[in-house]
Structures are given as C-alpha cells and as structure tokens.
Design a protein. Structure first.
Length: 125
C-alpha cells in the first residue's frame, strides 16, 4: 500500500475540508497560501489514518501541500514533523494525542461524519 492508499469516505472529505479551512488554506510547513478549494493542499494525519482513534482528531491533523510537504513529513522528514507537533501542542497535549493514537476505537463513519460537519459549522459560528 502507498503512502496515501487508504480509502477515503465522506467523513474523511468533510474532515479534510475542516482542517484546510481551519488552517486558512495555508501549509503549516512551508507557509504557502493555496486558493480556497485547491486540490494542492491536503489534510495530513500525524498519526496515520489507520488509527481510528485519531483519524478525525483536529489535534492530529494539519494542512500541508500535497507535494512536497506532505510526502516529506510523511517520510524522511518525519522527525521535523514530530518537532513541529510537539511545539504546536506542547508536551502535555502531544503525550495525550500519542496516547489516544494507541487506544482502540471502533470504526463509526456516521458518527465521524456528524463530528466533521459539527467542526465545519463551528468555523462559521
């Protein structure tokens, strides 16, 4: 399986939209500004999307340019992403996120979609 080969559902799409809007369509790594709706900016999951417990967790995700930033931090630049997340969250919240990533969560796409839509609505209110 490739670096981004997990199938995406409606909840993933809506949650990704939330992350990109939250981060104001700007890559958190390089600072590049993307036009609203651009497909060149994606939602990066620090702990991968296979981790159900953090798949839809806003603290686990950041807007990154699909190329090269997402590939870099998902590969050889992983240590830089870790340093960024620790700085972004602080030690206590980083440890809590790490603990959540190692906690079992049942797959529930209806609940995930509801959460993603609530997060999107929170940006407008």
């Amino acid at each position: 399986m490739g670096w981004n080969s997990i199938k995406r559902c409606t909840a993933d799409i809506e949650f990704s939209r939330f992350i990109r809007i939250r981060d104001k369509w700007r890559c958190v790594r390089c600072g590049r500004q993307h036009e609203e709706g651009a497909t060149t900016l994606g939602c990066s999951h620090y702990w991968g999307r296979r981790n159900e417990s953090t798949r839809f967790d806003p603290e686990n995700c950041d807007a990154l340019c699909n190329m090269p930033c997402h590939r870099l931090w998902g590969g050889e630049g992983r240590a830089d992403y870790t340093a960024f997340k620790k700085g972004q969250l602080g030690p206590k919240r980083y440890r809590a996120l790490e603990k959540r990533s190692n906690t079992y969560a049942k797959k529930d796409r209806k609940a995930a979609l509801k959460t993603a839509r609530e997060l999107l609505a929170s940006l407008q209110g």
